[in-house]
Design a protein around this ligand. Structure first.
Ligand code: WT7
Length: 662
């Protein structure tokens, strides 16, 4: 409970509360009735939610929990995810509605209606089928944030294939690990993407991933690489294996009958950091997942599909992009902005320029972005007309009350409700959030569980804590969009999530119930770090550091950071027998940072690397990260009595100045 205790101390007592405006409540999608309905009969509530989807054959059973903790929801029904997200809108006469206003980083734009997407997904599905990709096959998608990423995901779903999207910021090694684990048959990529005014290559990384290291050899499962031309960069070509998207997809007929799948058929795998070194391939079902994504999107974002312009700034490579760009919003028929670039390319007002130009009404982003805008100053957003906005969302990490208030005042003009949404890759959809128009909000609190979701905060023994107390966040009943497992590893699924507390899903987060029973999320209590809303583990970065020939030992902690929430700080011990180690600590740090970038990806690069002579350990040899976090956050060192050698902390603090390199 190290982390929890620490954060609890620092959590200031928030007394502000913002009641929903009557004008908003009068037209809100959500009403208090939702909670009531779910409270009276949770399963009936979910049955109604699932029935909003288009089913090929209706389901008769809601939940089968006989194989707990593996759930089956709506299992005897059949449907198709792409049919729900696209075809249904065509059938019901909404083909002319804009699905995406795509904004490329260099300023190129595309307007795509649901009918356009319909045509594209059918051609892409025929293209996949022509490559022998069918039901149950795995497809790795490694693309920039461009329309083809959405089309590729939906086309996989259409043929019953299971997509595994790998965020474009991951390295060749990380991509390879994910391709091998899922035994992907096809990789869909692009020549490159646009990043801060230059071209970022992707295809060469796929080539490296597939070739592998000498001791590893080529990826055995991959038959083809399908390459979207985005930047026009030259790229090496492996004849027979590599194919251009436009050659394969464009000539296909624009008619394709979706492959109807059982509700429990896997829709996708998404890899995420676990507490051990290897990423976990979490997999989600079709019927239950779509039910959770669509229902939560409609209620939390209050979507009015005819008039709203919705913008979720996440990348489709993360769960937020899966649930709240692709599946939830598209099932609900939303008109969205899809933006390829970064917030400050070509200038720091870029996002607000987009909000003004497309009259965005609903914005969903992360606290780290909000804090960055705070740093840049309110004068920048104030140059733009943000009056179209009517609802603001936050996700990915705890939002501090200052950032919450700034978001409300400067971006939302004091009129937009804020929904702070807590959930995880594992939960598939939002689990804790205010409902706009219903819930009075407190700055920094995610407030209350969603209707139909059962959450509690428990102590070490798994007993619910009283209001005003903190503990571990757990989910006490199965929910439709819950992960169905870790790809190929039932044992790891059970031991990771269900073994901490009997019969309860352990989320890995600390939380507090305030005196009113509202929930405050306090960050992870395990070795998972949250850097700019990206999930990383201490062990995966430690493994990478010790694989460098100079490093004897490494200990990594997540230290709090004003902008990114947490930042990676590494303590390394250099091998005494290593050759060619620079004498300057800053040069050692630079080389090791580059090493981590190459192995895992830029997102994992330590902010600070400290060269030290020892790391603090217990008598049983466990690294005491709590003490390292004290050092990284410039605090007095806490209790050292369990250290094998209590003097080690003095040595570490003494060695800092020489080795510090930001
Ligand atoms: C972890 C899950 C869910 C999409 C993005 C991250 C943290 C997420 C919040 C929030 C406090 C939050 C938790 C969680 N987290 N949203 N609103 N308030 N913490 O998905 O990569 O699976 O990470 O992100 O620690 O366990 P993810």
């Amino acid at each position: 409970m190290d982390n929890v205790a620490h954060t609890l101390e620092n959590l200031h007592t928030e007394t502000r509360s913002f009641r929903p405006l009557a004008s908003f409540a009068a037209h809100a999608n959500a009403t208090a009735y939702e909670y009531k309905k779910a409270g009276v009969d949770r399963l009936e509530y979910w049955r109604e939610a699932a029935q909003r989807l288009a089913w090929k054959t209706p389901f008769t059973e809601i939940l089968d929990w006989s194989d707990a903790p593996v759930a089956r929801w709506f299992h005897d029904g059949t449907l198709n995810a792409c049919d729900n997200a696209v075809d249904r809108h065509i059938r019901e006469g909404r083909g002319d509605r804009v699905a995406f206003h795509f904004v490329g980083e260099p300023g190129d734009t595309q307007t795509l209606t649901y009918a356009d997407i319909h045509e594209r997904v059918q051609k892409a599905a025929n293209g996949l089928a022509s490559l022998g990709v069918g039901k149950g096959d795995r497809v790795a998608i490694y693309l920039p944030q461009i329309p083809e990423a959405v089309v590729a995901m939906l086309a996989c779903a259409r043929v019953g294939a299971i997509h595994s999207v790998v965020f474009g910021g991951f390295s060749a090694d990380s991509l390879r690990q994910r391709i091998d684990d899922a035994e992907a048959k096809l990789v869909i990529t692009a020549d490159g993407g646009n990043r801060r005014g230059s071209h970022l290559a992707l295809k060469p990384l796929v080539d490296d991933a597939l070739a592998g290291h000498p001791e590893q050899g080529p990826a055995a499962s991959v038959e083809h690489v399908l390459v979207v031309r985005r930047t026009g960069q030259d790229t090496a070509w492996t004849e027979g294996r590599d194919l251009w998207w436009h050659d394969v997809v464009d000539p296909q007929p624009a008619e394709h009958e979706p492959v109807w799948v059982e509700a429990e058929h896997p829709l996708f795998i998404l890899y995420t950091s676990g507490t051990t070194g290897t990423p976990k391939g979490l997999w989600h079902s079709t019927g239950g997942y779509l039910t959770g994504a669509a229902q939560s999107h409609r209620l939390v974002f209050d979507l009015k599909p005819e008039t709203d312009v919705y913008w979720c700034t996440a990348d489709v490579g993360w769960i937020t992009g899966h649930s709240y760009i692709v599946y939830g919003p598209m099932i609900n028929g939303a008109t969205q902005v899809l933006y390829e670039g970064t917030p400050n390319t070509p200038h720091e007002g870029r996002w607000w320029e987009i909000v003004e130009e497309y009259k965005v009404t609903i914005l969903y982003t992360a606290p780290t972005a909000i804090r960055t805008f705070m740093k840049w100053g309110k004068a920048i957003p104030q140059q733009y007309d943000l009056s179209s906005l009517r609802l603001l969302g936050s996700v990915g990490e705890p939002i501090n009350p200052e950032a919450w208030m700034w978001y409300r005042r400067v971006i939302g003009g004091d009129r937009c409700p804020i929904v702070d949404t807590w959930w995880q890759t594992e939960t598939g959809s939002i689990m804790i959030s205010p409902l706009p128009g219903v819930t009075a909000t407190k700055p920094g609190s995610a407030m209350t569980p969603m209707p139909g979701v059962s959450i509690d905060v428990v102590d070490d023994a798994g007993r619910p804590v009283a209001n005003g107390e903190g503990g571990y966040l757990v989910i006490t009943e199965p929910w439709p969009s819950m992960l169905r497992g870790i790809w190929g590893n039932r044992h790891r699924y059970v031991s990771t999530y269900w073994n901490h507390f009997d019969g309860l899903y352990f989320a890995g987060d600390g939380a507090k119930k305030d005196v009113d029973g509202d929930l405050w999320l306090l960050g992870r209590v395990d070795d998972v770090m949250n850097v700019s809303g990206h999930r990383l583990t201490t062990t995966e970065i430690e493994h990478s550091l010790v694989s460098h020939p100079w490093v004897a030992e490494a200990a990594v902690v997540g230290a709090s950071d004003e902008v990114t929430g947490q930042a990676v700080v590494a303590f390394v011990i250099v091998r005494s027998d290593a050759h060619g180690v620079p004498s300057e600590g800053s040069e050692v740090a630079a080389a090791l940072r580059e090493h981590v970038r190459r192995q895992i990806g830029a997102l994992a690069k330590p902010r600070t690397i400290l060269v030290v002579s020892e790391v603090p350990k217990t008598r049983s040899g466990k690294i005491m990260r709590r003490l390292l976090r004290d050092v990284a956050e410039n605090r007095a060192t806490g209790d050292v009595t369990t250290l094998a050698d209590p003097t080690v902390m003095d040595a570490i603090r003494g060695g800092l100045e020489a080795g510090r390199a930001d």
